[in-house]
Design a protein around this ligand. Sequence first.
Ligand code: AMP
Length: 140
Amino acid sequence: MASNLFIVIVGCGRLGAYLANRLSRAGHGIVVVDYRMEAFDNLSSDYSGFRVEGDAAELAVLKQAKVDKADLLIATTRDDNINLMVAQAAKAEFGVPRVLARVFEPRREDVYRRLGVETVCPTSVAAELFLKSVCQENES
Ligand code: AMP
């Protein structure tokens, strides 16, 4: 059976909150970080993790979120530069074993990977799904 993880999620917008709600429900320990207090309204009523209000670009805020204890950090803001900065700090300053980041610019994925950061690129994922749908429709 997979064990429960301590996961820090940076950004509590649509993506971050969705992940926080699902992973919290699955039994993992979660801390979400966002600099907009109202972003925490995206969390569901059964969310059982913690919330840290602050700018994740500041090391003190990441410390407050206990990133040094995290098994996994997921950087979900819509700003590639912030996600890269946070991912780099998580790896280099806090020694987080696994770091995942949302990256919109497909050409930047290599930079992250060289740092040992796993990436999800919504642009490439959406493009592939559109192409698949167009090709399927065209074949039928
Ligand atoms: P979304 O794109 O809807 O998934 O939302 C991204 C979330 O990331 C928003 O709630 C932003 O307030 C949050 N965010 C963006 N930059 C930072 C930052 N530097 N520190 C903390 N939260 C951030």
